[in-house]
Ligand binder design. Structure first.
Ligand SMILES: [Zn+2]
Ligand SMILES: [Zn+2]
Length: 240
């Protein structure tokens, strides 16, 4: 059915494809969202803390530092994110990660870039993806953070340090663990080469911020290696 419609559409000069989130046939360009999904997957532009991304109020409220970040801020300087990890944005990210969604990297990188530029963010010296452990990389076939970072590097015209952070040991998947267990599981799991990151402002890229434990450890590792600053860019921020 889709193939017939695609043939007809291409004769008319249109491109027909399925929406990567809900699967309806859409005449948007390949890998773009249908109107209903595009309408729901809108960027968060206000009503959040710019350091940890916790959300309150609405898009119309200005970003404001939360009480937790005023007293005990996370180790990074700024967190940029596109939207809340829920609904169709969550579906899109899950299908990207687990359903051979490699072709959607450009769509997601566009969204990450929009979130970054919408914040008048400082331009990093280097972009570093959160590394995936080799065993999980073999199973999944690609590291979603690395692919996002690669395209972001092109869009922002900044160098990507694909191995700026490396895993030093295997860790259990964080999704199976509670907050305290996550912190223990990830502690000391990364290393950074100080020759490459010293005095640099790094932008660390990942797909989802869940509890922040992994990003916390990545930031501490980079700062210990001498990074001058660390900002974080994720597609989605989960609310606990
Ligand atoms: Zn859709
Ligand atoms: Zn905060």
């Amino acid at each position: 059915m889709l193939q017939i419609m695609q043939k007809l559409a291409s004769r008319m000069g249109l491109t027909m494809t399925r929406c990567p989130v809900c699967g309806v046939i859409t005449d948007n360009i390949h890998n773009s969202l249908c109107p209903a999904c595009a309408d729901e997957i809108q960027p968060r532009t206000g009503g959040y803390c710019p350091q940890c991304g916790i959300m309150f109020g609405t898009n119309e409220d200005p970003p404001t530092h939360c009480a937790q970040c005023r007293h005990e801020p996370p180790p990074w300087d700024t967190l940029h994110f596109y939207g809340q990890y829920t609904g169709r944005l969550r579906d899109l990210i899950l299908s990207y990660k687990f359903n051979n969604g490699f072709g959607r990297t450009h769509l997601l990188a566009d969204m990450a870039c929009r979130a970054f530029k919408g914040n008048n963010a400082r331009i990093p010296d280097i972009i570093i993806p959160v590394p995936l452990h080799t065993r999980r990389l073999l199973w999944r076939g690609f590291n979603q953070s690395k692919e996002l970072a690669r395209i972001l590097g092109e869009k922002l015209d900044r160098p990507v340090l694909a191995n700026g952070l490396i895993r030093t040991r295997h860790t259990l998947p964080q999704t199976r663990l509670g907050l305290a267990e996550r912190q223990v599981n990830i502690k000391g799991a990364f290393a950074a080469d100080s020759n490459k990151v010293k005095d640099m402002v790094a932008l660390v890229v990942d797909d989802v911020y869940t509890t922040g434990s992994t990003l916390n450890e990545c930031t501490r590792t980079l700062k210990r290696a001498g990074a001058a600053g660390v900002d974080i860019l994720v597609l989605a921020r989960a609310q606990q």
